[in-house]
Design a protein around this ligand. Structure first.
Ligand SMILES: Cc1ncc(COP(=O)(O)O)c(C=O)c1O
Ligand SMILES: N[C@H](C=O)CCC(=O)O
Length: 432
């Protein structure tokens, strides 16, 4: 890998004017003790930095770029919209079109409210759950990340897990007290919380398949259990599908596991690479939102036409018949290759994958919850990251994140990744 001198200079300058030099902590490369790489452009499965280096990449802008970078059909629609105007603060037909398309694939969804980020989506869903049930408490699961809304910044994954931040100053004790945390995949812990607080719980929010502590699938029966206990206690089940929506299947994790939540949140893919979020659910609950209902939520740029066009075009591309089969095939190939490497080298690593999301955990144990991820060898992860990036493979720079497979990846890209993975593990094995 050639030098990254320009990135280093750009990072130094950015640090003068931007806290930590980045506009989101997950980008800072803190856990891998490197300077972040400054990007010039993306094309298909590749990113190009300002020094002219090319990277085969698995971050997908943290999930949205399922079609790869710069998909021509999305660019074309964006260019058309650009000529018409970038924002009107008034309704456009494309907002209804995308909402209708979402309801087509999500039987649990009758109505959709668009916002500008996943954070806004989960924040608004929590407010709605509280307003609708007339209750204050929320249950969240350890290691799940739902953006940076106050109520959900407790034992969260992603950047907070990467930086070892348990909560955040600025979130009042009273707010944090209303959020009760349980370990992921632990039915007993949730049952105990409902035994104690059942009638006070507005809802439980979770990533149905986690990505923000790395990829972990729900154990058999776990989501069914959550559905039943919320139903019995009059609480809402909220699936945060910001990452998994239109990613694990067209109908997200709720289709994959055949569970209908009361509220769903979306983001990432539904904006096709433009800033977006959405919360959605059955008519009865969604009609509780203003202007029909008393729960207030608004946004100057909500339903922004550029974001809606990029999102709608992306979702239309994902309607094609074999798209998810193709993603699954790519996932299977990568999984088989990496697992073979681990086995051949007898390397202490554990591979989790659901559809086009995967994580290689640096532990010899099965990974089923946040505690298991925290016990991974994070130094070994950092060393692996460096070996991969030096071979031109750009992975998420934290053990507490998911890798994403895009449709732009070719067989030869996947072979290249498997070979790089072998070389990296082989080198690290010699140093263990
Ligand atoms: C599952 C999940 N929920 C919510 C969010 C917050 O989304 P955003 O970063 O767009 O605010 C993210 C990602 O950051 C996420 O992965
Ligand atoms: N894991 C986060 C979202 O999915 C990463 C994005 C961010 O916080 O910048």
């Amino acid at each position: 890998m050639s030098k990254r001198k320009k990135s280093t200079t750009a990072f130094k300058k950015a640090n003068k004017f931007i806290p930590g030099g980045v506009n989101s902590p997950a980008r800072a490369f803190s856990a891998v003790e490197m300077d972040p790489i400054f990007i010039e452009k993306g094309e298909g499965a590749y990113l190009y930095d300002i020094d002219g280096n090319q990277y085969l990449e698995y971050v997908n802008s943290w999930g949205p770029m399922i079609l790869g970078y710069n998909p021509p059909q999305v660019i074309e629609e964006l260019e058309k919209q650009l000529q018409l105007g970038t924002s009107f603060g008034a309704p456009t037909e494309v907002e209804t079109e995308i909402a209708e398309l979402i309801t087509e694939f999500y039987p649990a969804v009758d109505k959709v409210r668009m916002v500008n980020s996943g954070t806004e989506a989960t924040m608004s869903a929590i407010r709605l759950a509280r307003g609708y049930t007339g209750r204050d408490k929320i249950v969240k699961l350890e290691g799940c990340y739902h953006g940076h809304g106050d109520s959900l910044l407790v034992d969260a994954g992603s950047g907070l897990a990467t930086l070892g931040i348990k909560g955040s100053p600025g979130v009042t004790e009273n707010t944090a007290r209303e959020t009760i945390v349980a370990p992921y995949n632990d039915q007993k812990a949730v049952a105990e919380i409902f035994n104690k607080y059942g009638s006070e719980i507005a809802g439980i929010i979770l990533e149905p398949v986690t990505g923000n502590m790395g990829v972990i699938a729900p154990q058999r029966g776990y989501l069914e259990f959550l559905r039943e206990i919320t139903y019995k206690n009059g609480s809402l089940l909220i699936f945060d599908e910001v990452m998994t929506g239109f990613r694990l299947s067209r109908g997200g994790a709720q289709e994959l596991y055949a569970i209908e939540p009361d509220l769903s949140t979306f983001g990432k893919i539904i904006g096709g690479g433009m800033p977006v979020g959405a919360y959605a659910g059955k008519k009865e609950i969604m009609d509780y939102v203003a202007p029909l209902g008393p729960v207030y939520q608004a946004g100057t740029l909500s339903g922004n036409p550029m974001a809606m066009q990029a999102g709608l075009t992306t979702l239309k591309a994902l309607k094609k018949e074999d798209v998810y089969l193709e993603l699954e095939k790519k996932g299977q190939k990568l999984e088989a290759g990496i697992k073979k490497n681990i086995e051949e080298l007898n390397f202490p690593a554990y591979f989790n994958r659901v559809g086009s999301m995967f994580t290689l955990f640096f532990t010899d144990k099965e990974v089923q919850n946040y505690q298991d991820v925290k016990e991974c060898d994070l130094d070994l992860f950092a060393a692996y990251f460096k070996e991969m990036i030096n071979q031109g493979i750009y992975l998420p720079p934290s053990q507490f994140e998911a890798n994403f497979i895009s449709l732009a990846l070719t067989d030869s890209d996947l072979d290249k990744t498997i070979t790089a993975n072998y070389k990296a593990l082989n080198k690290l094995k010699a140093e263990l």
